[in-house]
Design a protein around this ligand. Structure first.
Ligand code: ITT
Ligand code: MG
Length: 206
């Protein structure tokens, strides 16, 4: 990954903050796609992998730069894995508004009456790195993070579903973690570690 020129194919401010922190120690300051005039791609895939590829390819094609994309979401067991790839669109697909707060409210209402032990869930994160839009060997990594869905929001850090995502081992929600702790433990942080290993291996074998 080159230090000067990487487009981050995301419009999510929370993700952008986390990536900036994850990549800063490597001297990489990824450029958010909006700063390069790239609008959000239409996420028409049926998997996190497909959507991350769509986003990375879209940003690389428009900018001519290497691109990093993240497609992520929360899989809730009591909802048969929903909202999954539709996590960003959960409330809007149920005509219950849009955005993080409405998504959280929609998740709480979908889980009304579900007891604590049955509220198991996990975040997934798939990262795709493309050297250019037509890169035939994208680097694709994925990681998950286990937790439970609370019955009311707790904490004001993080973003998205974090105020509802309870971490039994830490005894707090993801929104109560320090940013650096979230990056060490999270689906995104651990996927990024894998991506960096894969990039190092690729550069050593080149
Ligand atoms: O597609 P981009 O532009 O990257 O931004 P987005 O917000 O639409 O991102 P996704 O399509 O990948 O949808 C991810 C959804 O999962 C949620 N999510 C992903 N990672 C999360 C995290 O670390 N903490 C809380 N919520 C998360 C997030 O809030 C979104 O609702
Ligand atoms: Mg999206």
């Amino acid at each position: 990954m080159s230090a000067s020129s990487l487009v981050l194919a995301s419009g999510n401010a929370g993700k952008l903050r986390e990536f900036a922190r994850l990549l800063a120690p490597l001297g990489i300051a990824p450029i958010p796609q909006s700063q390069l005039g790239v609008s959000d791609a239409e996420e028409t895939g049926l998997t996190f992998v497909e959507n991350a590829l769509i986003k990375a390819r879209h940003a690389a094609a428009i900018t001519g730069l290497p691109a990093l994309a993240d497609d992520s979401g929360i899989e809730v067991d009591a909802l048969d894995g929903e909202p999954g790839i539709y996590s960003a669109r959960f409330a809007s697909r149920r005509q219950q508004g849009q955005g993080d707060q409405d998504n959280n409210a929609a998740l709480l209402s979908a889980l009304e009456g579900v007891p604590e032990e049955a509220r198991t869930a996990r975040y997934w994160c798939v990262l795709v790195y493309l050297r250019h839009a037509a890169d035939p060997v994208p680097i694709i990594v994925q990681a998950s993070w286990e937790g439970r869905v609370l019955t009311a929001p707790s904490g004001d850090g993080g973003f998205g579903y974090d105020p509802l995502f309870w971490l039994p081992e830490q005894g707090m929600s993801a929104a109560q973690l320090e940013a650096s702790t979230k990056n060490r433990l999270s689906h995104r942080g651990r996927a990024m570690q894998q991506l960096l290993q894969a990039l190092t291996a690729a550069s050593e074998s080149a």
